[in-house]
Design a protein around this ligand. Sequence first.
Ligand code: PLP
Length: 456
Amino acid sequence: MSLATALYAPLAVLGHDVKVPLASGEKVGYAALDYAASAPALQRVWDDIAAYAPYYGSVHRGAGYLSQLSTDLFEQSRRTVADFLDLREDDQVVFTRATTDSLNLLAGAVPAGTRVLAFETEHHASLLPWRHAGLTVEYLRAPRSRAEAVAALEAALAAGGADGPRLLCVTGASNVTGELWPIAELTEVAHRHGARVVLDAAQLAPHHRLSVRDLGVDWVAFSGHKLYAPFGAGVLAGRSDWLDEAEPYLAGGGASRTVAREADGSVAVEWHRGPARHEAGSPNVIGAYAIASACRALTEAGFDVLEAREQALIERLTTGLAEIPEVKVLNLFGEGSARVGVLSFVVRGWNSSHFSAALSAEYGIGVRDGLFCAHPLVRTLLGGEESAPSACGAPEPSLPGERSLNAIRVSFGAGTPEEHVDRFLAAVRALVTDGARWTYRNEGGRCVVDTRAHAA
Ligand SMILES: Cc1ncc(COP(=O)(O)O)c(C=O)c1O
């Protein structure tokens, strides 16, 4: 046991004692190693929500005590998130559904004619929202080092001329490799060329302290369900000007300040400025409060402690995998590059979907296989046909022994016990050495135990 994991216990999360059935019928404790998709709820978040639930009421639209209380809680949650992100004085926090929603909201608020730059390595949520009329999108090729990323941005901005608004959308930590991107450096380059930056912090916020003020980014987006607060809310936070000038993301009650019938029969609307402009409809107070609760819990636990513990787990994982020659860890920026607790790999001689299915059915370990909604990046990392189409997460094909066209991702965080990493490593070793004990088949795009084969 390392010093950091010995010193610091994992944070309490729901589901830590859940048992799941194996193909054999035996039940084992579930090892949740898919935090990058959705992290379990912190016990603290669950307790806060349970304590508030009886007091639940409408937000911004009720005179009763519970409506007032819920409105205060919702607005207090906004301030907690602002503190968590270390926002600037004039920045605003808009509650959304998740990161995808936040980036689509911003894409709708970007001034017409804006040139948007994004590395082709982005998650589809950061790669795709900008492809609508009125914007020009330029995809930068996958850089093979942090320095190359900074140089590529410098060159692209220098080449494109300084006319009109420009925006860089970039991830803080890759959802595929877990690698950290040089956000402060990229932001310095962008700002020097008069471009703005939106940070996709979906995978960064759960793992590292985030200071918008220090990084200098203009906006940041993240999801509650990856931050131990799975109650359907997310955040877009940052500069007000573009957001206040834009058409509301959704038109409706809450976003409108005044609505008046005109003499000619039309209806004139004055929209709010500030977060309300983009939060039409009844707000998700439970989701917002859950995010605020998670922000408080992580801050109180201390990111220095959480990071030290997570780094010890990463070290344990990477050292263990390095001892298995059949395993190839995928890195964009080279071996040993700094990462959060997210790591993808392939296993020689195995299809990734088959391997992941065996981890689940034979060992009770939950990982993810596929292209992780970052198809161009995974294609680059696997050296495959960049243009080969594939459905997100589909095994293709799922027969043992065939070359894998997708990868396996293991990811963890503040609630992960060391035992889960050890069990995972032992299971990988056993599968590589002894093979799978069961036969698997492709059922509707999923790799599952072939019960018919075993019944025969
Ligand atoms: C880096 C990154 N950005 C954006 C998203 C989209 O997040 P959501 O599905 O919560 O909208 C994800 C989800 O996996 C992600 O990993």
